[in-house]
Design a protein around this ligand. Sequence first.
Ligand SMILES: N[C@@H](CCC(=O)NCCCC(=O)O)C(=O)O
Length: 253
Amino acid sequence: MSVLRKPVIGIVCCSEQLGLHPFNIVGEKYILGVVDGANGLPLLIPALGERLDSDQLLEMLDGILFTGSPSNVEPHHYRGPDSVEGTKHDPKRDATTLPLIRAAIDRGVPVLGICRGFQEMNVAFGGTLHQRLYEVGGYIEHREDKNQPVDVQYGPAHEVRLEPGGLLYEISGCSSAQVNSLHTQGVATLGTGLQPEATAPDGLIEAFSVSQATQFALGVQWHPEWQVTQTPFYLSIFQAFGNACRARASRHS
Ligand SMILES: N[C@@H](CCC(=O)NCCCC(=O)O)C(=O)O
């Protein structure tokens, strides 16, 4: 008799120095997104780079969530100019996520990338990033107002238009939606094989899927994990991701 089990969904951690020691951390809202939005069992993936046995990990996991983070992908990964002094980086996370994204998609493991995770997906597929979008010109303000309470920072900030017939359009049943916006960087050139799924009013690509992926592989620049059950558009993303993870989990039954 088969036992229905929740899909095991990996959540990538950031490496953060706390006092004398490096810690692996992840925001609880991402864990709640997996639990409440995707109905999955969360498993944290430490940022250990090559020391992580990614073959065994991908065999065990039914999906992976690439989280947001205050840190930025190191620009040498996309042939960008050096970051301005003081930019927060996380080389251990880069060394973990950039290879893991390609490996997961190649193995048919469902993937959802959020904010930094979305930017990592773009870089993993050879795309480039604007390091400081607000200096580029022609873009609306995509950063949060850090003086506002957290629910305002994560509240609706601008519209995105969804690509008719695309994955996001299909799973949400919407042609446009309001999203939050808490990022300094943004897609400059889209990686090879990535398909735009949503665009901000200024033309910035805010979501894409992976054309050749055999399973769910979506990246979004906004934060659908925020109060995921309260916003139908956000919930539809996590539910679709969870369903793809459940389909993979069923291979064990
Ligand atoms: N640092 C990048 C990515 C932005 C991002 O992921 N923000 C998340 C902040 C914390 C959180 O909500 O998890 C950029 O600024 O573009």
